[in-house]
Design a protein around this ligand. Sequence first.
Ligand SMILES: [Fe+2]
Length: 367
Amino acid sequence: MLNSAVPNTDNLTPINISHIKIGVRSPCNIYCHKKTRVLIKHGTKLDKTNIEALRRMNNNASDVFVANDTLQYFRGALKPKEFVERDKERVFTEKNTGYTGLLKKTIKILNNIPSYCEVNQHDADTVIDMILEFINLNEPRVIISIINTPTVDEYLPRHSVNVGILSTLIATLKNGYKYNMRDVALAGLLHDCGKTIISPNILNQNRRLTRVEYEVVKQHAVNSGNILTTFSKEVSLIARGHHERLDGTGYPDNFFEHEILLESRILAIADTYTAMVSSRPFADAVSPFKALNELDELKGNVLDSDITDFLILEASEHLLNQKVLMSNGTIATIDTIDLNDLEYPSVKTINDETIKTSKEYHCISMF
Ligand SMILES: [Fe+2]
């Protein structure tokens, strides 16, 4: 993907990446071998995966470049400690806005539930405003990337925010229905709030649950519905229904297709997708492509076909041209996505070869 902000190639110099440390944000754009692609954007938090990818790319030749005027960062002029200070500065200025602010406020809401058994309406209204603003301000592409944030820590609040955002995004983009966006956002954000009054010892088990334990976990949908009656009957029922399945085998009410609210069906799809692309105590994260493929297989019996197809089309479009980490450790760009084979899109490699992915050479995660 050509980037209009790429400097003239004469102004780019290969770098020694040994100064780069995990956990800091890149102080500038980092470009790859052909000097025409931004490999890592300015401000990206550098994790183990992308540092390893840089090292791999830098092994055989000097394939990693930065603009001359930022070269100082990689020559020891800016030590790792100073990277960290810059990172702190950035976090400080962003801490109450965007995704970070949403997460922080959601943690507060969820943490208060066990004590009061209700949600602070003012706090929840603030978060819903933030979700609606977040969707207005961000491209769907950004949202899909955020949804694909694998995490084990803070699983419940992150999952809650992700489902809140994705449910609202689906409802917003799918204009065919007249949804109450605030109801969808609120029910999406707090669909699992009933889990806060269930023992973490049961919720965080990484083994198969016993029948009794599973019954306890299933109770969370009822708990969520009860807690959300403070807001409205509609929000309560949407959240209560997020584990219902079209074939009547869901819970807590074993509703069939026509009995399940459309908003609950949106939540079910957003819940399933975001859960799959995140690391959980009992399962590793899968790529968005594998997750979309699974949604496709669940549609009709479990998930609403129409809404699932809609999300698959939207997500496929926004995943095109995204950088992905491949199973062999290289980085590629999504080239085409076959709707009949969602799990294995075609990618463009750094050598500009187009390759159809497969079980042996597949996408691990977004880069
Ligand atoms: Fe749930």
